[in-house]
Design a protein around this ligand. Structure first.
Ligand code: C5P
Length: 223
């Protein structure tokens, strides 16, 4: 960015998957690579922001670490990600990019669950907290705008525009970004449908970093 459009702004981002332990060696996770969230972190840093990146288990390097403008908190479970995010709501923009597990295991075993012949164990799940919903609840209106400005992400297999906007309203957030197409997990490319209260806008297929820069430009105008 030629102009540091987010100079002096604080940006909170959740990225990557979460991991819900079944026992010390097994767990449930998803295919999120963290690439989109990390790209948004980089684009926000390029725009001059102070970034707090809360990352689920993923191998990606911290973007532009040498700037000293990024703090990274590594978490494992959705509960941990929730605690970290709710402790960091003192920010101007929140991008909820993480693919958070909807359910955790009710009672993870302390020891590895042993095989019992052909008998399979039964897992009991508990619903995880909705990080985005809970951060959005803390938002206050400042100069007519919600603060922090919360941006959600949606990956839907069908009817993206409708489901995503419904999700935006249910979560009480001003903007949601839909991932278009089924191949976004792990890919360097993506295609986005950005929806706010005024309508929707498509960002054509491009590198995730390029899309992240476009998104930062758009959100910077909203705050
Ligand atoms: O439909 P879903 O609740 O999964 O909506 C996805 C959006 O909500 C994403 O922005 C995701 O990061 C966020 N989310 C969250 N905590 C959850 C579930 C989803 O922050 N437990």
């Amino acid at each position: 960015f030629q102009k540091k459009i987010l100079a002096g702004k604080r940006v909170l981002i959740t990225a990557g998957p979460t991991y819900e332990a079944i026992d010390p060696v097994r767990g449930i996770t998803n295919l999120s690579s963290g690439k989109m969230g990390f790209a948004i972190a980089r684009a926000a840093l390029e725009a001059g922001a102070q970034v707090h990146l809360i990352a689920g288990p993923c191998d990606l390097p911290t973007p532009l670490e040498a700037t000293g403008n990024i703090i990274r908190t590594n978490v494992v479970s959705a509960q941990e990600m929730h605690a970290a995010a709710l402790g960091a709501t003192d920010c101007d923009i929140f991008f909820a990019v993480a693919a958070v597990a909807d359910w955790g295991i009710a009672k993870p075993a302390k020891e590895k669950i042993k095989r019992q012949g052909t008998k399979a164990p039964t897992l009991e799940f508990v619903a995880n907290p909705d990080i985005l919903f809970d951060v959005a609840k803390t938002a206050k209106v400042k100069s007519g705008k919600p603060h922090p400005y919360c941006v959600g992400f949606a990956a839907e297999s069908d009817n993206l525009a409708n489901y995503a906007d419904e999700k935006r309203q249910r979560k009480g957030i001003p903007m949601i970004v839909g991932n278009i197409g089924p191949d976004t997990f792990g890919s360097d490319l993506n295609q986005l449908l950005v929806i706010d209260e005024r309508g929707s806008k498509k960002f054509a297929q491009a590198q995730k970093l390029e899309l992240a820069r476009q998104l930062i430009q758009l959100v910077a105008k909203k705050i």
